[in-house]
Write a protein that binds this ligand. Structure first.
Ligand SMILES: Nc1nc2c(ncn2[C@@H]2O[C@H](COP(=O)(O)OP(=O)(O)O)[C@@H](O)[C@H]2O)c(=O)[nH]1
Ligand SMILES: Nc1ncnc2c1ncn2[C@@H]1O[C@H](COP(=O)(O)OP(=O)(O)O)[C@@H](O)[C@H]1O
Length: 298
């Protein structure tokens, strides 16, 4: 018996493949909102710009429950209050419903607005493996006039890391001494593991010389710098998606599975704090992201 594959069946197979791919993309977008890689407003803007996109095809119910702290009960109350039917897809919202939903999101989760009166002390932070080191190195390559701070750390050097260039590698006793003598502008234990700190003197000197200073440090350090120097400019580097962040961490190959899991837990905490920063830059392409960082601070 011969099997005939008529065009309708071919179409069905293709349609079902497309449906699976679209479902996967919607799941990935939901993860991005849940992990706060993108704001709900950003997802909604994408849906409205292209109703046929995976974002546009997302049901308003799925959208709302992907937002941290919105469960099914709250979701239904919100939809009722905003006068939106639960069967609606984001791309199919009417003009009044879009406005109502965007206003609601802006009240609930205001997007960071740049502050006035920034200084040339710039902090670049962001989750593990987002590419902070790579982008900072690109900034230095393109703009040697920008002073890149070299931190002290109790972490052992990775292969290829150079003392005084990537870090000052010190033991616990020396780190204690640096803290006690006030030689660190800020310091923190990162990923519950090793200690890292920013030597104060080179920064003060570079700022006195009129140079822009870039610190590539973690969230705790960024908060300390803001407290010590409120006019500092805080930039948060974001991955294009949560899945891409995981890929970069795995692809770098410098941590085992347990350490990667630990870092991803910290990453969720850091992503949740991005609203404290003055600017957010997506590290999609290294050169573009480096240019954006420079344009924000010079
Ligand atoms: N607070 C603080 N964090 C730092 C400092 N230097 C590096 N870090 C952060 O420590 C974390 C771990 O750095 P590292 O061990 O080089 O790993 P990687 O960032 O995954 O390449 C990163 O989030 C860095 O931004 C510092 O001087 N102070
Ligand atoms: N824009 C990018 N696109 C693709 N891969 C990137 C990008 N930026 C960085 N990477 C890669 O991601 C991995 C993590 O980058 P790294 O600079 O070590 O991150 P971090 O300093 O934030 O921990 C590295 O393998 C790096 O080559």
């Amino acid at each position: 018996m011969t099997e005939r594959q008529g065009p309708p069946e071919v179409d069905r197979v293709a349609a079902s493949r497309r449906a699976v791919a679209a479902r996967r993309e919607r799941a990935s977008l939901k993860r991005d909102v849940t992990t706060r890689v993108i704001t709900p407003q950003e997802l909604l803007r994408r849906a409205l710009a292209d109703p046929a996109s995976p974002a546009g095809a997302m049901r308003v119910t799925e959208f709302l429950t992907s937002i941290p702290a919105i469960g099914e009960g709250k979701r239904d109350r919100i939809l009722h209050d905003l006068g939106i039917s639960p069967v609606k897809r984001l791309g199919g919202l009417g003009a009044r419903q879009r406005r109502a939903l965007l206003d609601f999101l802006d009240r609930r989760w205001p997007e960071p607005r740049p502050r006035a009166g920034r200084s040339r002390l710039v902090v670049l932070a962001g989750p593990t493996a987002v590419g902070k080191g790579t982008v900072a190195a690109q900034v230095r390559k393109r703009h040697p006039e920008i002073h890149l701070s070299v931190s002290a750390t109790t972490r052992p050097p990775r292969p290829g890391e150079v003392e005084g260039e990537h870090y000052f590698f010190v033991d616990d006793a020396e780190f204690d001494r640096l803290i006690a003598s006030g030689e660190l502008l800020e310091h923190a234990t990162v990923h519950n593991r090793y200690r890292y700190g920013t030597p104060r003197k080179p920064i003060v000197r570079a700022l006195e010389d009129g140079r822009t200073v870039l610190l590539e440090i973690d969230l705790q350090g960024a908060r300390q710098v803001r407290a010590a120097e409120p006019s500092a400019t805080l930039v948060f580097l974001l991955p294009p998606s949560w899945d891409e962040l995981v890929q970069r961490l795995v692809g770098r190959g410098t941590e085992g599975e347990e350490e990667r899991a630990r870092r991803l837990r910290t990453a969720k905490v850091e992503l949740a704090a991005q609203g404290e920063f003055d600017y957010r830059v997506v590290n999609d392409h290294v050169e573009r992201a480096a240019d954006e960082v420079v344009s924000l601070v010079t």
